[in-house]
Ligand binder design. Structure first.
Ligand SMILES: Cc1cc2nc3c(=O)[nH]c(=O)nc-3n(C[C@H](O)[C@H](O)[C@H](O)COP(=O)(O)OP(=O)(O)OC[C@H]3O[C@@H](n4cnc5c(N)ncnc54)[C@H](O)[C@@H]3O)c2cc1C
Length: 293
């Protein structure tokens, strides 16, 4: 019998793995030591097992009843990153976006600076097509390596995906193991300056030191979700421990003791108010997972 590498935790609370600090337990959570153990682990799972992949939990509302099945946690795992050609970087799914930005900057490669302020992993950024300040993840992706629920690994070029604003379609029952990023020759001093400005801008406009999940809603075409929410007079509006940020109306802060249910109720309330007052049905950017209590 092969010995399982990595850690398998039972009934593990997910609240400590999400940036909102809420959520019930995972039935089981697997933290692989590396890519090979992860493939072996998935191969050994029953084919009907419910799998959920977790990065840094920075865009995730885990409901209070938790998640049935297996949560694959890439945090601090799948962390290899290397230059593989003049302008090309290989990044595994668990590498934090900020590390990718720093690594590229140090190599005089430009194009990944916007990742500096996104508090997620490369895997999460690929899934969400995370973006900021006019750039987005799939602008720099050449190809990805994916795994399906049978443990089959596939290489896919970017042309196999239908990518748009915070949306990636094309491989619904597969998950990202790694990506090859194609960057431009740049100059580290200029990239560093760009990163500094982007981070300063973020700190000025977003509650970056509070438990949030970033933008709750996607911006509708031609407008900003934050503007619509603010004009409904919702800044500072609370539901239990969940509060619409006074600094940025599209952020919901956990003021300390919020439950996932309170956050979800607040999201629904905001949606309803914007619909009533502006006639616009906002779409959530945040991913919701699990069962209510
Ligand atoms: C303060 C703050 C600021 C933010 N600013 C931005 C911003 O400027 N731009 C932006 O786009 N987002 C922003 N976000 C949201 C978030 O950081 C991004 O969406 C990020 O890409 C999520 O990555 P993650 O690793 O935390 O993913 P998680 O939250 O862990 O997961 C998000 C989704 O990705 C899936 N996923 C995770 N890993 C994988 C994988 N390897 N393969 C397949 N699916 C996977 C999960 O199953 C889930 O569906 C912000 C969040 C916060 C808290």
């Amino acid at each position: 019998m092969t010995v399982l590498k990595g850690k398998l935790l039972k009934n593990e609370s997910l609240a400590k793995y999400t940036s909102w600090r809420v959520g019930g337990p995972a039935e089981q959570m697997y933290l692989p030591e590396g890519k090979e153990d992860l493939i072996a682990f998935i191969l050994a799972l029953p084919p009907q097992e419910n799998l959920f992949w977790l990065g840094l939990g920075s865009n995730l509302l885990v409901r209070d009843g938790g998640v049935k099945g297996t949560v694959i946690n890439t945090r601090g795992r799948l962390k290899a990153m290397q230059l593989i050609d003049t302008n090309k970087v290989y990044v595994e799914a668990g590498v934090p976006c900020a590390h990718v930005a720093r690594f590229c900057t140090q190599l005089n490669l430009s194009g990944a600076e916007f990742l500096a302020g996104i508090p997620g992993t490369m895997g999460g950024a690929l899934k969400m097509n995370a973006g900021a300040f006019g750039n987005e993840t799939w602008n720099i992706v050449e190809s990805v390596e994916m795994i399906d629920n049978k443990g089959q690994v596939n290489q896919r070029g970017n042309e196999q995906f239908d990518v748009s604003y915070r949306s990636v379609k094309g491989a619904d029952n597969e998950w990202f193991l790694s990506a090859e990023l194609l960057l431009r020759k740049g100059e580290s001093k200029i990239s560093e300056q760009k990163v500094k400005l982007l981070l300063e801008q973020r700190a000025l406009t977003q509650p970056t030191n509070k438990p949030t999940c970033g933008s709750v809603f996607k911006n509708p075409p031609g407008d900003y979700a934050a503007r619509l929410i603010e004009t409904c007079g919702l800044k500072g509006y609370t539901r239990g421990g969940a509060c619409v940020s006074k600094k940025h109306a599209n952020f919901i802060e956990n003021t300390g003791q919020a439950t996932a249910a309170e956050i979800e109720e607040l999201i629904e309330y905001i949606h309803q108010q914007v619909q009533q007052q502006h006639g616009i049905s906002l779409q959530t950017e945040v991913c919701k997972v699990g069962m209510p209590l």
